[in-house]
Ligand binder design. Structure first.
Ligand SMILES: Cc1ncc(COP(=O)(O)O)c(C=O)c1O
Length: 441
């Protein structure tokens, strides 16, 4: 009997009692390889001694000081650190406690920016189908997961959706990746023209699509074209790097690999690595200065924003990643993981595609490789794969709905940056067994 309203009511969750490196142990003593960092969170693995020491040191000094009274050394130092390594022009940080909060803040800052400039008519937000930006009402409204939006549709603000970049299913036969990207850019341009560029606040996208499609990067030049369209119409480009950011794809920010800089960027998950809940919104200097020189305050706040313990933990996480050159390991082990996945599943009858960047890899399951026909969604194959993986001591992040919002199954892998070659081999071996077992029925 539990008094917790768990994610799935009635599901028998094991009790996690300890963590060490890439492993989590449950109360029965069973050990799991954390091949998904939970949900792309635990980038440094579990129980890192230096992060714990930094947190203890902060605890011994100060745990909480409300941000309407004080700033803290931890919040200032983390912001300095984030700005020092940010994409071009991003020079101020607004703290929150997670990804959804960061997205809400981004939507409101974007609108307030135009209000400060007297540009009151801008009210539209454009996002992409098959995307996830969070679970709160604003974030859900811009998100493109049809099933998740359905029950709450009457509560959601008006948003507009265009196609995601999803090469495996939506690039046409004979179409080059570049031509596909250009087609998608034209679709965005058409939507902008329909709504009137002068009426649009922002376009928001995950730089690499995470949970909803399973580690799907953009095609070459797509984001450059998106950046150019947004700039031309004065539309703010918001990049959601909550899942794909902070080193996950092999560079600190996923947009570095696209050669662009957003107007606003949101990060969370790997920022604090799970040691404390923390998220952040980074903004261009010009946006900060417009608010600073206008009303003088961003009209948005949370009680726990800039929590000193969370900031101290996140700063330690980022310092360890840099000092130990862990992004090089993300690139090296990511390449190995991708190679092993292709070796194991390249000819698998029920694996249609393996894709991703760095330690952010996706495996898409299909009933038929030739036609790419997905499995019947009532079979809940992704849940079955997760169950089989957990049996084998493997944590993965599977999901359904990639193909059309309802059907389609994939597995997302996002292991900690400290991963070794032996860990990669164990993950691929156990995943292979789990997929075989789940698809054999
Ligand atoms: C891309 C993206 N944005 C936003 C969120 C929401 O973050 P949170 O669950 O911390 O509210 C997530 C969570 O998975 C995400 O993947």
């Amino acid at each position: 009997m539990t008094h917790v309203l768990h994610r799935t009511i009635g599901h028998d969750y094991p009790v996690a009692v300890s963590g060490d490196g890439v492993f989590i142990r449950d109360a029965a003593g069973k050990e799991y390889i954390d091949a998904s960092s939970g949900a792309a969170v635990s980038c440094l693995g579990h129980s890192n001694a230096e992060v714990r020491a930094a947190m203890h040191a902060q605890l011994d000094k100060l745990t909480f000081a409300h941000t309407s009274f004080f700033t803290s050394q931890a919040a200032e130092e983390l912001a300095d650190d984030l700005v020092a390594h940010a994409p071009a022009g991003l020079d101020h940080v607004f703290y929150v406690s997670g990804g959804s909060e960061a997205v809400e803040a981004a939507l409101k800052l974007a609108r307030q920016y135009f209000v400060e400039r007297g540009d009151l008519k801008r009210k539209y937000l454009i996002a992409r189908r098959q995307s996830y930006h969070g679970i709160t009402l604003g974030a859900l409204a811009i998100g493109g997961r049809a099933l998740q939006r359905e029950k709450f549709a009457p509560l959601l603000i008006e948003t507009h959706h265009v196609s995601p970049v999803y090469e495996y299913r939506e690039r046409l036969a004979g179409e080059t990746p570049e031509a596909y990207g250009e087609r998608l850019a034209r679709e965005l341009e058409t939507r902008v023209d329909e709504l009137g560029g002068e009426n649009i606040i922002a376009f928001i996208a995950e730089t690499v699509v995470g949970a909803t499609l399973g580690a799907v990067p953009a095609v070459p030049n797509y984001f450059k074209r998106v950046r150019e369209i947004c700039t031309r119409h004065g539309i703010l480009l918001i990049l959601d790097e909550v899942m794909c950011g902070m080193g996950r794809t092999g560079t600190l920010h996923a947009c570095e690999q696209e050669g662009i800089s957003p107007d606003i960027m949101v990060i969370a998950k790997g920022l604090g690595g799970g040691y404390m809940p923390i998220g952040a919104m980074l903004m261009q200097k010009q946006i900060y200065e417009t608010v600073a020189g206008g009303s003088g305050a961003f009209q948005h706040s949370h009680t726990f924003m800039g929590h000193p313990l969370a900031c101290a933990a996140a700063l330690a996480v980022q310092q360890v990643i840099r000092r130990d050159n862990l992004l090089a390991n993300v690139r090296q082990q990511g390449a190995l993981l991708s190679r092993r996945l292709h070796e194991r599943f390249g000819n698998h009858p029920f694996v249609g595609d393996v894709r991703g960047r760095g330690l952010f890899q996706g495996v898409e399951l299909v009933a038929d490789r030739g036609s790419k026909e997905p499995f019947d969604p009532t079979r809940k194959l992704n849940a079955l794969v997760k169950k089989e993986a957990m049996k084998r001591g493997l944590m993965i992040y599977p999901m359904g709905g990639a193909a059309d919002g309802v059907s389609g199954d994939h597995v997302l892998l996002a292991p900690p940056f400290i991963l070794t070659e032996a860990n990669v081999d164990a993950i691929v071996e156990r995943l292979g067994e789990a997929i075989d077992a789940a698809t054999s029925g």
